[in-house]
Design a protein around this ligand. Sequence first.
Ligand code: HEC
Ligand code: HEC
Ligand code: HEC
Ligand code: HEC
Length: 471
Amino acid sequence: MAKKSTLISQIKKEGRKILLFDTGNLFFRKPLQTETKRKDGLLRVDLLIQSYNEMGYDVVNVGEKDLMMGFKFLSDMSQKAKFHFVSANLVDKKTQRGVFKPYVIKEIAGLKIGIIGFIDDQFNPTVQERDPGLTILEPLSTLKTLTKSLRENCDLIIVLSQLGESKDKKLAREHREIDLILGGGGESTRVVMERVNDVPIFRLEPRGGYLGRIDYSFVDTKKPIKFLISSGRDEMEKKLERLITRSMQIDAEMAKSGKQQEMRVKELRFLESKRKELEKTLVALEDKNFYRHTAIPVQMAVSDDPKIIKQLETYRAESGKLYKPKVALEVGKDLSEKEMIARIPKTSPFVGAINCKRCHEMNYRNWLKTKHAKASQTIVASPKYSQEECLMCHSTGYGKIGEYATVEEIPFYLRGVQCESCHGEGRGHPGKGKIERKVTLGVCRNCHTKDQSPTFNYMAYLEKVGCKILK
Ligand code: HEC
Ligand code: HEC
Ligand code: HEC
Ligand code: HEC
């Protein structure tokens, strides 16, 4: 988020007029079952709205996950937003009227742009369970009734969609009048940039790994306003550049040798005619409108926005306070060994260090003394403490089986960096299993990244993992 903000302010600095959208499912990932999590949820939403205000977002679509704390919560929170929430098909059951704006019209560079939002109607039962007064209308027919008036009032129509890949395509096939679909939702994690029925559909990886950017260049004001994809023109421009460079090379070579070579002269003539052709085509395109799309990766190398980092730190401190008092994370202190082993689910691919202890007592004892064994405790004590971000490296198997999202929820056999973080999943071992003796540098590097472990040195660190290193 703080990095995204930096990317956005860079684009603003280029002096471009921009509109910022989010396709939805911004606030929550999983249902918030405990009171603590709901409190944390509130802090989180507050942080997101503050930073979206800061970044200057214009329109955010409502996804089904945004309704996890109920409609009233979202509606109350939306009062703090300087941007608009849209949803064309989330309506009041009785009145059939939208509970958020169905669309927003924004003016930019003399263009009127209509932005509509859609939520997937497959979530109707889930949403109604929480909010019986709401219903989700079928999106395609809803769009039909809307596009006529939108087309009359807008130059461009942009759809923010949570419908998923196949429904987005259907939307494009049936509604050519849409100028752009920004897709979210569905299970896909691919970055997709495609055209269906001439309608561009862009979909980015979820979880903010990219900032999607679409540049429009606008000269032809004749209505209806249409934009062509710029890739063909870009290709031609590159080709033209290559032709020119080649001609210059030949000229230079001939000048050097002082001779007119027939072959070279022929080639020059050929290049010249090609060049004229290209230039003619390019000139013809000069008064057309174009768009160009890019997906900008939000990498470590992008610096953080200090203002948003500060908000993030405040959030972490507040969130930390909610969880802190209740955590007891010492490995193997709360239960007897037998009980612990009995409680490890037979379905889990991870069996926990306590199981390894039965046969590798020495390794276990030594490991207990390492920092790895206490890695989940460390984050609770840290002022940087937050939830999921840290668990990736400060617990075992996160993202592989982990249905845990907070330190409190880490099952005891996955606390800390356990044997299986390095040696692999223990189920089935000894025998088949996936246990490996060799632990490669790559395994350490999953967690000992340049950022998190700047002093990492493989040989020196190996000495301290608590296992015998065989030469
Ligand atoms: C029931 C006893 C038993 C348990 C429990 C057990 N191991 Fe083993 N382990 C063995 C035996 C026997 C071998 C040697 C034979 C083999 O490689 O399968 C071995 C080998 C290994 C090796 C490789 C050593 C080598 O020289 O190749 C590693 C690493 C290892 N175990 C780690 C673990 C880890 C981690 C756990 C817990 C997840 C674990 N073991 C649980 C019995 C056990
Ligand atoms: C699953 C993530 C993960 C993996 C894999 C991992 N580590 Fe670590 N390691 C950590 C974390 C987190 C800490 C910090 C623990 C703490 O202090 O809370 C740490 C700390 C250490 C330390 C202690 C450093 C100190 O300050 O004393 C050593 C040594 C170490 N790791 C070595 C290794 C080596 C060598 C490998 C590969 C063979 C490895 N680690 C693999 C996460 C990992
Ligand atoms: C990419 C993996 C990774 C992530 C994510 C990560 N850590 Fe760590 N952390 C490590 C490793 C590895 C070490 C050990 C570094 C060393 O000693 O070389 C470490 C060490 C630490 C330490 C002890 C060393 C110190 O700097 O005092 C603390 C505290 C810590 N991490 C807190 C956190 C918190 C809080 C988060 C979440 C905001 C977090 N870490 C996220 C990998 C990670
Ligand atoms: C930070 C990574 C890491 C962790 C955590 C870790 N090991 Fe190891 N283990 C290694 C490395 C590295 C070797 C040496 C491999 C080699 O010889 O190349 C090793 C070797 C071993 C061996 C074979 C040599 C020996 O000591 O007999 C066994 C068995 C083993 N580990 C078991 C365990 C068990 C059990 C645990 C948990 C209690 C554990 N390891 C935790 C990295 C780790």
